[in-house]
Ligand binder design. Structure first.
Ligand code: SF4
Length: 133
């Protein structure tokens, strides 16, 4: 199978990267020399982009801790739990007891919506971004 040209999804820079595929498995990643953004370069995250795809440690479903152990649950259950926990925290301790971390893996639009949800929906300005951590 020929290598697949795509965009690195580790941050918003949008570097061009090829994925090497062998026997239906992604086994490597390397930079596109002609990509207008990255022009043959990748940071260390881009060079290792392929490693999470088939990793046994990759999270593919939500987990909730029950009786001391993390157990897979549906998205509906995970979202209901999160909404209840946020509401309870807000009622018991106030809005400043809540903090939100945005991600470089999200688009600018997604991060914009997250800060709107945080400020207007949750009522706190406690929002930061992983790029500052
Ligand atoms: S290679 Fe590095 S700089 Fe480029 S998109 Fe991926 S994480 Fe961002």
């Amino acid at each position: 199978m020929p290598d697949i040209m795509t965009i690195c999804n580790y941050c918003g820079c949008g570097c061009g990267v090829y994925l090497r595929v062998e026997q239906n498995r992604v086994v490597g990643s390397y930079p596109s020399k002609n990509h207008p953004i990255s022009r043959g370069n990748l940071c260390s995250k881009g060079w290792h982009l392929h490693e999470f795809i088939h990793s046994a440690e990759r999270l593919t479903e939500p987990l909730l801790r029950k009786d001391g152990e993390l157990r897979p649950v549906s998205w509906d259950e995970a979202l209901d739990y999160t909404a209840s926990a946020l509401t309870e925290t807000k009622e018991k301790f106030g809005t400043n007891a809540i903090g939100v971390l945005a991600s470089a893996k999200c688009t600018n639009e997604e991060n914009y919506l997250l800060q709107k949800l945080t400020r207007i929906g949750l009522g706190t300005n406690n929002i930061d971004h992983c790029a500052r951590l």
